[in-house]
Design a protein around this ligand. Structure first.
Ligand code: PLP
Length: 224
């Protein structure tokens, strides 16, 4: 299957999952995760009408998106990977949505850069729903207080999670949904290639799908 065919198949699955969950058609937006893939892979999806894209590294995104954006000015870029405070300036300049806000220092750095630049990308708070020690995100117990503080400085519109790889993701999606509802936040970014239908059943509004559209990513070699 071509990339355009993969994209169409994913969109059909999203439409079916929306209907199965008795949700309105179009209530779930597809973020095509293009990390590691070059313009030759991304262009067919733009031509097919895809406009939301996710990247996990600021530097990689800076290298490939300005040229694509010149051709497709209405595309939207989401940062879905960890953000270091020393990359905040570049991130605010490039991304339309930052999905990985997860610590007070980052809130502070983003708020200052947004004030300085006048650009205000929408923000999602990443929640570590599985409380995994190695994983980014605020702990579920600390989410409400963190969200309340972050909202005073940033345009926070929702929550994002990446469930543990070895568990049923459904309870994690349900937890993110509950935390978003309690905070009165409309956006829930959850679900990837392997589980986006389950995420839609649990109320995802943004699904982040890479492999099912672009194929497998090259396996990174050993660290140099
Ligand atoms: C890579 C990535 C995805 C996409 O994963 P696939 O399994 O390739 O669909 C989604 N979310 C985040 C945060 C990612 O880093």
């Amino acid at each position: 299957m071509t990339i355009a065919q993969n994209l169409a198949a994913v969109q059909q699955s999203i439409t079916r999952a929306e209907a199965a969950a008795r949700r309105a058609a179009g209530s779930v937006q597809l973020v095509a995760v293009s990390k590691t893939h070059g313009p030759e892979a991304i262009l067919p999806t733009l031509t097919a009408g895809q406009r939301l894209f996710g990247e996990n590294r600021v530097q990689e995104a800076q290298g490939k998106w300005p040229a694509l954006r010149a051709q497709f000015p209405d595309l939207q870029l989401h940062l879905i990977g960890p953000l270091q405070t020393n990359k905040v300036k570049e991130a605010v300049a490039l991304f339309d949505v930052i999905q990985t806000v997860d610590r007070p220092r980052l809130v502070e750095a983003l708020a200052r850069e947004m004030e300085r630049s006048g650009r205000r990308p929408a923000c999602l708070v990443q929640v570590n729903t599985g409380a995994e020690p190695q994983k980014a995100g605020v702990l579920p117990d600390e989410a409400a207080a963190f969200i309340a503080a972050a909202r005073q400085r940033l345009p926070v519109v929702g929550l994002m999670c990446i469930p543990p790889v070895d568990q049923d993701p459904a309870p994690h999606f349900a937890l993110l949904r509950r935390l978003a509802d309690e905070a009165g936040l409309p956006e829930r970014s959850m679900g990837m290639s392997g589980d986006f239908e389950a995420a839609i059943a649990q109320g995802a509004t943004l699904v982040r799908v890479g492999t099912a559209i672009f194929g497998h990513r090259p396996v990174p070699g050993p660290a140099a």
